[in-house]
Ligand binder design. Sequence first.
Ligand SMILES: Nc1ncnc2c1ncn2[C@@H]1O[C@H](COP(=O)(O)OP(=O)(O)O)[C@@H](O)[C@H]1O
Ligand SMILES: Nc1ccn([C@H]2C[C@H](O)[C@@H](COP(=O)(O)OP(=O)(O)O)O2)c(=O)n1
Length: 425
Amino acid sequence: APPAGCSAQARPCFAVEGPGSDLVCFTVSGSGGAARDPGGSGSPEPRCFVPAPGRCYSLCVPAAPSVPAARLHRRLQQALRQGPFGSCRVLGLLRYSAPGAQAAPEKGFLIQDPQGSPETERALEELLRGQGELPLGVYEAGERGELWQCLWALRGAGGRELLRRARVVAAEEPPLHPAVAGLRHAAVFHSLEAARSVVEQCTSLIPEATAVLDLVDKCPKHSKKGDFPVIVIEGLDATGKTTVTQSVKDSLNALLLRSPPACVSPWRKTFDDEPTLIRRAFYALGNYIVASEIAKASTESPVVVDRYWHSTAAYAIATEISGKVQNLPPTHHEVYQWPEDLLKPDLVLLLTVSPEERIRRLQGRGLEKTEEETELEANSLFRQKVEESYKRMENPGCQEVDASPSREEVLMTVLHLIKKHCGSL
Ligand SMILES: Nc1ncnc2c1ncn2[C@@H]1O[C@H](COP(=O)(O)OP(=O)(O)O)[C@@H](O)[C@H]1O
Ligand SMILES: Nc1ccn([C@H]2C[C@H](O)[C@@H](COP(=O)(O)OP(=O)(O)O)O2)c(=O)n1
């Protein structure tokens, strides 16, 4: 863990995220103002971020939840996966205010080049030169082994100007993951209006956004549920949602709906390729469209829904909060609360199976894996965070169902729970 002792510094900190790694924070002290000597403190050296004999760089964009910033971050992320950066390790970087400071948060990347090739630095400069004002952070060791960050502004025709040279010192891990504060604006939308305004900002960039908005605007607002029960089935991929929802539909003569609804599926791929802000706003709008379908259907028959708001929120939280499960927002946090303007189901069941059984089922199904499914498999931490987020959802919460037994047994359990909660059908 990063050492204690720096938290009193009201200076911007960096949190470095690696896939599956803990949050690591370090502070860049102001020029000339070396607040403490990392060499003398016995603490882990921030220098460990610079691979010897290699080089290390950072770049950041504003983390404000705006469509242009989100798309710029995405473009940089894609560029850093290619060509000259192939041999580099690229970690996510969150720059956030230290306690008491008011700096606007930034999101970016730490690029570790084990070979320290001049080609990498040139390619980074090239990449940033086309992106307006973004400076490049270059890290270098001082004579006593201490670490410095040089911040370069890139000028036209190959020039660059040193904006700042500052010490890098170790900082304390913050009590809350720094991405938690921005979740409600950047990924987990709690009103139709919040999600709608993000998609609206995209209409000139993504032609499909207009079509989505048209559909949303055709739906009656504040849909009310009918008298028949509405049951949502949630869970990770391959936990048996399709199987269960189909059987419940047959057993109860229910109508089966899914979120995102069929009417937006032609645009799903487009939005899946967009950054979190836009992608999650799209799924949020899908829920409001489904809500109006649920309202109508539940006046005529029971309704069973394959995924709904809990999926949208749980996946968004798990992708935004890096590292371990303990980094998730604490229980009862506002991100786990149901949006006030979204139709509530009567019962939400969360299907869970062991990771081994889930992989067996995924393989058994033999379908092509989506990028996210591959990530789920590769990253069990991510899977744990999705599941834990589901379990923390409130008002309504998710009731867990062990979906490991046979299809028949799982269906019996599910029908029993529906009967218990929703009365005779
Ligand atoms: N109770 C069960 N026991 C064994 N296999 C199951 C069970 N439920 C579903 N499966 C199989 O597991 C795979 C994933 O199930 P599916 O219903 O498609 O999950 P999801 O909709 O959650 O992705 C399918 O091949 C399905 O036939
Ligand atoms: N209501 C929903 C449904 C899915 N999502 C997101 C969450 C994940 O990123 C994917 C998972 O979708 P899913 O596994 O159902 O995809 P398939 O229908 O199996 O192709 O979609 C969502 O945000 N909100």
